[in-house]
Design a protein. Structure first.
Length: 113
């Protein structure tokens, strides 16, 4: 089992920034992919960004140029720097770990206009 603990959400005005963090523990794998998905009220959970052990990244088109994903392999941690936030970025953000398809507990991000 892999446990994921995320933090860093909150309330911010449009144009502001937030940084999410997620740490994995337990029976982790190498190589692996970590990332972030988000789910807005009444909508499906969708990819935000992922990063592999060798730091290959993938981003949703809606966040390209504004969000940056990074990781610290020594800490089994992944980070999401979110800049130029928009009200449509409001959602619960979930940390993700593969292999095994593990999910963190979710952290709320609210962007006010």
């Amino acid at each position: 089992q892999v446990q994921l603990v995320s933090s860093g959400g909150g309330l911010v005005q449009a144009g502001g920034s937030l940084r999410l963090s997620c740490a994995a523990s337990g029976r982790t794998f190498s190589p692996n992919t970590m990332g972030w998905y988000r789910q807005a009220p009444g909508k499906q959970r969708r990819l935000v960004a992922t990063i592999t052990s060798d730091r290959s990244t993938d981003y949703a088109d809606s966040v390209k140029g504004r969000f940056t994903i990074s990781r610290d392999n020594a800490k089994s941690a992944v980070y999401l720097q979110m800049n130029s936030l928009k009200p449509e970025d409001t959602a619960v953000y979930y940390c993700y770990y593969y292999p095994g398809n593990y999910w963190g507990q979710g952290t709320q991000v609210t962007v006010s206009s």
